[in-house]
Design a protein around this ligand. Structure first.
Ligand code: AMP
Length: 440
């Protein structure tokens, strides 16, 4: 890792530090339902507080676009409600719905509950600013003492955050002498607080926190210098979403395993019949190219050999379904593949068992349905059992599966950023990391 970290800055005492965190935690009725992201940010915050810095924390929460969108689109139900009214009442009714959506977003997506929890965790040293760069934030930042923290309100309450507005960046930069990025989950986004504030030259010292340092060290190093055999497993819905990931991983790994909805386009490209399974016909040529590329590079590309099928996609997604298992190359015309079969689970698990480095992104089937979750569970179990191997789960659904199954402490690294880790797997440089100072 050639980027400077908080440890590379020698004197924090009295310095005002803006720390971009990822406090985008799941909430229900104002209650935080999973505080892992808050806990993940603590080592950096505590380090800075103990070193005598004045810490200004910022983060986004959700997507509160209704607050500043000029034209808010109504959902189907509200649209029907408005259209059922007499023409002269429609505009006012629409406006009322929009106003309510804005109010709801402000209430639902405030960072106030995060501030409350942080304050409990950090011994009552955290205050909350009810705006981002407005008078309350300015007053609270000015009053912040050494070893204390201020959390600003949700950055995305301003459209300027995602649009990298220069004036907004200047206001944020006026709160700090040093910038710290510790939000791995948004490091692939080029927004005001994640990259632009540094790219515009508004802060000179920009370093990463412990969370980003850990993510990069484990993931980037494993990709660049893997202990072999190196097995990469990809699943999830669509091939189109992961084109560059497939191509890049094929170059780096020894075996690439493909499961989930992505597998059927590959199976069809090999001459299989896939029934009504998810297929992207436009990507058949791409899949053929990848099969050829694997051969040319001497890499193993493993696809499912048997498939769990149903007559139709479950609706709702967790509704009871009748399943049977068929050969992956011969899925009947009226059947849909929704999970990997038992033989495939054993085959994939065997490969994982023999590996020294394993990375995994994307479920093996429609794991939201308990009847169709066995393939995903089997891969998670195989990673948990892979003794002596570095095992990495790249965020998102596969990370949630490992955590829910209680395997978190048996896996070397579960990333906090699904999108960001996929971009690392693609070989991309993340803007939130590229902008940071290099080590001297
Ligand atoms: P992604 O966001 O690309 O990682 O995709 C995750 C989604 O892929 C999950 O919601 C799964 O239900 C879905 N998925 C996995 N396997 C299949 C499949 N065989 N057919 C349809 N969807 C699938």
């Amino acid at each position: 890792m050639n980027k400077m970290t908080v440890k590379d800055v020698k004197d924090w005492k009295g310095k005002r530090v803006l720390v971009r965190c990822d406090f985008n935690v799941p909430m229900k009725d104002g209650v935080i339902t999973d505080e892992n992201r808050i806990l993940g940010a603590l080592p950096t915050i505590e380090y800075l507080m103990n070193a005598g810095a004045k810490v200004v924390l910022c983060s986004h929460m959700g997507k509160p676009h209704s607050i500043f969108s000029e034209e808010v689109k109504l959902n189907k139900k509200d649209k029907a409600k408005v259209e059922a009214l007499p023409a002269e009442e429609q505009a006012a009714a629409k406006q009322a719905i929009i106003e309510k959506a804005k109010k709801d977003d402000l209430k639902k997506l405030t960072l106030a509950p995060v501030a409350k929890r942080l304050n409990e965790l950090l011994g009552g040293k955290v205050t909350f600013a009810t705006d981002v760069v407005g008078p309350d934030a300015q007053a609270k930042v000015a009053a912040c003492k050494e070893g204390e923290c201020v959390l600003l309100e949700n950055l995305r309450f301003h459209w300027e955050e995602e649009k990298k507005d220069l004036e907004f960046c200047k206001k944020l930069a006026s709160f700090c002498d040093i910038y710290v990025n510790d939000a791995f989950g948004t490091a692939h986004r080029s927004h005001a607080s994640t990259a632009a504030i540094v790219e515009y030259g508004l802060v000179k010292t920009a370093v990463c926190g412990f969370l980003i340092e850990k993510e990069l060290t484990v993931m980037a190093d494993s990709l660049e210098h893997p202990v072999r055999p190196f097995v990469a497993i990809l699943g999830g819905a669509k091939v189109a979403d992961k084109l560059n990931v497939i191509s890049n991983l094929l170059e780096k790994c020894d075996t690439l395993i493909i499961g989930g909805g992505m597998a059927y386009t590959f199976l069809k490209a090999q001459g299989g019949t896939v029934g009504t399974s998810l297929v992207d016909d436009e990507k058949l040529g791409y899949c053929k190219d990848m099969i050829e590329k694997a051969k040319a590079l001497g890499k193993e590309l493993l696809l499912p050999v048997d498939t769990v099928v149903t007559k139709e996609f479950p609706d709702p997604i967790d509704a009871p379904v009748e399943i049977e298992t068929v050969c992956s190359m011969h899925i009947p015309d009226d059947r849909m593949g929704l999970d990997i079969g038992e033989k495939t689970r054993a085959l994939f698990a065997e490969k994982i068992k023999g590996a020294k480095t394993v990375i995994w992104n994307g479920p093996m089937g429609v794991f939201e349905n308990p009847v169709l979750a066995a393939g995903t569970v089997a891969v998670a179990q195989a990673l948990a059992d892979a003794k002596g191997a570095t095992t990495i789960v790249g965020g998102g659904d596969s990370a949630a599966a490992c955590t829910q199954l209680g395997f978190a402490d048996k896996i070397t690294h579960i990333s906090t950023g699904g999108g960001a880790s996929l971009e690392l797997f693609e070989g991309k440089v993340l803007p939130g990391i590229a902008c940071l100072n290099e080590k001297e």
